[in-house]
Design a protein around this ligand. Structure first.
Ligand code: SF4
Length: 240
């Protein structure tokens, strides 16, 4: 295993040895997109299904939530508190907070169009839809951008924290003084150098996320197994 630290890391802003298109297409071969989620309410509930749990655990709890509660907001507000707490207790710390967030999500969705959040968002200009999404529990700029992209409401780039770290290490964006500033710069790079196409941007989100989870890990990146090693800037990142 060889870490970037063994490879003379470049400074932020180092010259890139490959285009963004090449990088994303290389990663997309490793991590195919499959059937992505497209419903905004499902994506919000998915994000709030657990605290510091992996995707496999999250998927198990989400399947149980669908079976025992259902995904329509009316079913969520009418579910028994014991059932909600029973599911939440297997999703990590502070289960009561999670139950409150599920109920808050359902009540917010029910404010318009009989709880059809997808229809409510689609009727708004993208900027207002983004603002509405950020009213939901735990949804900040990255989560709102992902939901807008995957639901087809806006064709604009999105990244999670894994993808942000990968782009920074490759030399496409820099780690700034705040997470928000780093995020803003990285999505601007995707917008400027990527393809303005929903499928391409969803594939980029997924491929960068999976690469950050499996090879370009936060603690020790496994560069020796990475197909991008020859073109990577190996920029050291601190908090990303
Ligand atoms: S992108 Fe690949 S080569 Fe670059 S730091 Fe991450 S794992 Fe290493």
């Amino acid at each position: 295993m060889v870490a970037p630290m063994d490879r003379k890391p470049h400074a932020p802003g180092a010259a890139r040895a490959a285009s963004l298109i090449f990088v994303i297409e290389t990663l997309a071969e490793l991590y195919p997109l499959g059937e992505p989620p497209t419903d905004p309410l499902e994506m919000i509930l998915w994000e709030n299904m657990g605290y510091l749990i992996d995707d496999e655990r999250r998927a198990e709890l989400f399947a149980e939530f669908i079976e025992r509660v259902g995904l329509h907001p009316k079913k969520i507000v009418n579910a028994s508190p014991e059932t909600l707490l029973d599911i939440a207790e297997r999703g990590g710390m502070r289960p009561e907070t999670r139950v409150e967030r599920w109920l808050e999500t359902a009540h917010l969705a029910l404010k318009d169009r009989g709880g059809d959040l997808a229809a409510t968002l689609a009727a708004l200009p993208p900027k207002k839809a983004r603002g509405l999404l950020k009213q939901f529990p735990t949804i900040a700029d990255p989560g709102a951008d992902k939901i807008l992209l995957f639901s087809g409401i806006a064709v604009q780039p999105a990244l999670d924290s894994n993808g942000l770290r990968v782009l920074a290490r490759l030399g496409f964006s820099a780690e700034r003084s705040s997470y928000g500033a780093s995020y803003k710069e990285a999505v601007q790079v995707l917008a400027a150098e990527g393809r303005p196409d929903r499928d391409w941007l969803m594939g980029a989100y997924h491929a960068l996320r999976e690469h950050g989870r499996t090879l370009c890990k936060r603690s020790v990146p496994i560069c020796v197994a990475c197909p991008l090693d020859p073109v990577c800037a190996h920029v050291e990142v601190g908090a990303l």
